[in-house]
Write a protein that binds this ligand. Structure first.
Ligand code: GDP
Length: 298
């Protein structure tokens, strides 16, 4: 049989693989471990995580002859094991309104994700209000209004450049008055001036706590998978400026950098609530660790 190619691991067996009746096999030695490590690092898993995954692969298997499917199976089980604990949908609370603050750098997919979330919650029978809290970006406000229309959810806006905290306060009042189940608050994502952003978010939190001391109930950080290892830095930055309770990873469709999700899970252990897999309203999926691990290992 021809050596298996394609996927992350096709290369491993291209030349040196000895073809046997079950397909090519290679002895698991240091050189091969290093090649596997390189492949994992190339998927943006990060060096630390790739080292741990390969160390687990090596455990008790050095010197054994392994086939591609065997290696893939072991690696995919290792990845799934790391991801298992973090695959958790956004928790719903009986609190009305449940306040969800959505944070992330501009371009990460915040607006789109809020639209998709609103649509999913609506489909689940929840009443939802959106607050367009990035009052400085007119384009973001317009986009959010379009998403609100698509999802059938009202979007509260304020004059361009006005205080996002005051909009958040008004949104709390409206959501309370209308008995809404969920209030999704978009926020600014200008990391150029971190101090400003930190103060802006802190003020939003202060103001909504005047209405409900337990809010926000979720602070979701939206990350763009195509930024690879940058996503790790973004988690570190946003954890310093907000009490991040969960992640949504966008643009996992068509990126070879999905490995960064493994690094994130390994390093931070934050829940991954959902993944974005396209630009349409239904393109937000629950995170399935096994499916993800299989797709990553090819
Ligand atoms: P924001 O600046 O963080 O609010 O980002 P947007 O929601 O405006 O998204 C930025 C771009 O990414 C837009 O062109 C979106 O259509 C696109 N986008 C968002 N989520 C996804 C996703 O899951 N997959 C793909 N392929 N594109 C996405």
């Amino acid at each position: 049989p021809a050596p298996q190619r394609g996927g992350l691991f096709g290369r491993l067996f291209g030349r040196e693989g000895e073809v046997t009746i079950e397909g090519p096999r290679r002895t698991l030695d240091d050189a091969m471990l290093e090649e596997i490590e390189d492949l994992l690092v190339a998927s943006d898993m990060g060096v630390d995580t790739a080292l741990r995954v390969t160390a687990n692969l090596a455990e008790g298997r050095m010197g054994r002859r392994l086939s591609v499917p065997e290696i893939k199976g072991i690696l995919s089980a290792e990845v799934a094991r790391i991801m298992e604990g973090v695959a958790r949908p956004m928790p719903l609370f009986p609190r009305k309104p449940q306040v969800v603050l959505v944070v992330g750098v501009n371009g990460s997919g915040k607006t789109t994700t809020i639209g998709k979330l609103a649509s999913q919650f609506r489909a689940a029978g929840k009443s939802v209000v959106i607050a367009a809290g990035d009052t400085f970006r007119a384009a973001a406000v317009e986009q959010l209004q379009v998403w609100g229309q698509r999802a059938g959810v009202p979007v509260m806006t304020a004059a361009q450049g006005s205080d996002p905290a005051s909009l958040a306060f008004d949104a709390m009042e409206r959501a309370g008055r209308e008995g809404a189940d969920l209030l999704l608050i978009d926020t600014a994502g200008r990391l150029q001036n971190r101090q400003d952003l930190m103060e802006e978010l802190a003020k939003i939190v202060r103001v909504i706590r005047k209405k409900d001391p337990t809010a926000p109930h979720n602070t979701i950080l939206v990350l763009d998978a195509t930024t690879g290892q940058n996503a790790l830095q973004q988690v570190e930055i946003f954890r310093r400026i907000a009490d991040v309770t969960g992640l949504v990873m966008t643009k996992l469709d068509g990126t070879a950098k999905g490995g960064v999700l493994v690094a994130l899970a390994d390093k931070f252990g934050l829940p991954i609530h959902a993944i974005g897999v396209g630009e349409q309203i239904d393109d937000l999926s629950p995170f399935d660790p096994e499916e993800f691990a299989r797709a990553l290992t090819g």
